[in-house]
Design a protein. Structure first.
Length: 195
């Protein structure tokens, strides 16, 4: 990853964290800073209003954390793809760099979506990897990722922290205030690894 790309990623994630802070300030003090960032939820108006207000408020408070994690996870996927395309070419997924059991597992997930008659989330097999599996791809290919990161142990620690923080976000549970801070710090740690 080039210095410019890393700087742009840092800028993007920092901007999202600032937006989250501004959202909290607007909510806490009941003010509108004129950013027009908060969007009206476009949902099924027949049923959504029947959901209790406290649940809808909790969902709105969790939305920025989901956005940060979504963006970070997509950034990690792109980093892995770009790095392995450079190392192996466009057929990197089929190369020895990706363990056969992981390729099989992701194909099973993809097939399960097809068999369920839902639109598959992607044509790209890496999109069927869990966050933990993304960390494993980096780890087993450290020879090509070492140029992007300062330490494999640090990558493992940060990925483990992110994976733990991901669970409440992905499973519709609120983050405690300490965990919100931990998420922010861990995202910063991730980008610091690439400096």
């Amino acid at each position: 990853m080039s210095d410019l790309t890393a700087a742009l990623n840092n800028f993007g994630m920092t901007s999202q964290l600032i937006e989250h802070d501004l959202d909290r300030i607007e909510k806490k003090y009941g003010i509108d800073l004129g950013r027009e960032y908060l969007k009206i939820i476009e949902t099924d108006q027949e049923y959504y209003p029947q959901i209790e207000q406290d649940i809808r408020s909790e969902a709105a408070a969790m939305a920025p954390h989901y956005e940060v994690f979504y963006s970070l996870e997509k950034t990690v996927r792109r980093l892995i793809t770009d790095t392995l395309v450079t190392a192996e070419g466009v057929n990197w997924w089929s190369s020895a760099r990706i363990p056969v059991d992981l390729r099989n597992t992701t194909e099973e997930r993809r097939q399960k979506e097809i068999d369920s008659a839902v639109t598959p989330r992607s044509d790209d097999p890496i999109d069927f990897c869990t966050f933990g599996e993304l960390g494993e791809i980096i780890k087993v290919n450290w020879d090509v990722f070492a140029a992007s990161f300062s330490s494999i142990k640090a990558v493992e620690r940060v990925m483990a922290n992110l994976n733990t923080l991901r669970s409440p976000i992905a499973h519709c549970s609120p983050l405690a205030e300490d965990e919100i801070l931990r998420l922010r710090l861990t995202v910063r740690d991730w980008f610091r690894l690439m400096e």
